[in-house]
Design a protein around this ligand. Structure first.
Ligand code: 5AD
Length: 363
């Protein structure tokens, strides 16, 4: 039976592509609990019970890209565009530092003009200055999530003081990538960016969407093998969620919510089992489909949560998919809410820590 096979594979620590496909395809409750428990045990052994927080600052929804699935793609004319002021960005980061969040993520739509990079680098420097404290003499950790950039620009952002970078591949399949992006957005470019980020010195995170229309279990298994071959430090994966103003090919059906969620939890567990000591986020998209989705993500092996700190006035305008949670909760409400949620799954928050990837430290 699958349960016994999972136990054997976990013991041996050797996952073949077929094993991954089989687990991703199962509905067997006993096998799934075995998988979950093994992933949780691996997490506790290699990373520990602590959960690291990154305050998520979505500082602009202006975007030059046109990803077919995304609510803020360039050609969605229904969304009102905003960019936070430098003061708002730094104030949000300072609030995170005061709350003990330890790290922030600066995320935005994609732009590649010099002005954008100049301002972002200046904001990184300003945040570093403004968040120094006795407990974090080097300020908060800064993760960037601003898409494909040139090597020089990655270097400038790194030199300004950012030290982690998230750039999702969205899928490791060039064919599926081509199906959900316009032709000028290229798989090869994205892949090269991940390699460049590593060379520049960033801790590098990537990830995929799970349950993309047309995506197969074999492609998801290959995603896991791809993460391992790239030797990534951090992972952020979430279920695909349709957006009303997106432009996905209508011929491809979307799997039911429960199916996409189950698949996402299986992917998190398998990532923990195959990648070991990397950082894995319990993403907002999990919570969008399940009120306790992030807590469940933690139980399947995740160790990072990104609480919303984007100012409420613009938060609704950063809607990548429908049903985004926490649209009404102030950053303060999110903070209180999180403590309880994380404790409910027998874990605790690591305050005042960058929460760097153990994997990176070991490299
Ligand atoms: N459903 C789920 N995730 C999405 N993202 C963008 N649009 C969607 C969607 N419709 C994710 C992408 C991107 C990240 C910032 O948000 O994976 O990399």
């Amino acid at each position: 039976a699958l349960k016994a096979d999972i136990e054997r594979i976990v013991q041996a620590g050797e996952w073949q592509r077929d094993d991954l496909v089989r687990v991703l395809g199962t509905q067997d409750a006993e096998a799934l609990e075995t998988l979950r428990a093994a992933a949780e045990a691996t997490l506790l052994d290699k990373v520990g019970a602590g959960v690291s927080l990154r305050g998520l600052i979505e500082f602009s929804n202006v975007c030059i890209s046109d990803c077919l699935y995304c609510g803020i793609r360039k050609h969605n004319r229904k969304v009102e565009r905003y960019t936070l002021t430098d003061d708002e960005i730094v104030a949000s980061a300072r609030w995170c530092a005061e709350m003990g969040y330890g790290s922030v993520v600066l995320q935005s739509g994609e732009r590649r003009d010099a002005q954008f990079i100049d301002r972002l680098a200046a904001n990184v420097r300003a945040i570093k200055q403004a968040t120094r404290s006795a407990r974090q003499p080097d300020g908060v950790g800064i993760t960037l999530c601003v898409g494909e950039q040139s090597r020089d620009d990655y270097q400038r952002l790194f030199d300004a003081g950012a030290h982690r970078y998230l750039l999702r591949m969205e899928t490791s399949s060039p064919e599926l990538f081509a199906l959900i992006h316009p032709a000028q957005q290229r798989f090869e470019t994205r892949l090269q960016c991940l390699k460049t980020l590593r060379e520049v010195g960033f801790q590098v995170g990537t990830g995929v969407m799970i349950g993309i229309p047309g995506q197969t279990l074999t492609q998801l298994a290959d995603d896991l093998l791809f993460f391992r071959s790239l030797d990534i430090d951090m992972l952020g994966m979430g279920p695909y969620i349709p957006h009303g103003a997106a432009a996905m090919p209508a011929s491809l059906p979307v799997a039911p919510v429960a199916e996409r969620l189950d698949l996402a939890f299986k992917m998190i567990a398998l990532a923990r089992l195959t990648l070991g000591d990397v950082n894995i986020a319990a993403t907002t998209a999990l919570q969008a489909l399940d009120p306790v989705g992030r807590e469940r993500g933690l139980r399947f092996g995740a160790n990072v949560i990104m609480p919303q700190v984007t100012p409420l006035a613009v938060r609704k305008q950063y809607t990548l998919y429908d049903g985004k949670p926490c649209l009404e909760d102030s950053a303060g409400q999110c903070a209180t809410c999180l403590e309880g949620r994380i404790a409910s799954v027998n874990r605790f928050i690591r305050y005042h820590h960058w929460g760097d990837s153990v994997h990176f430290a070991r490299r």
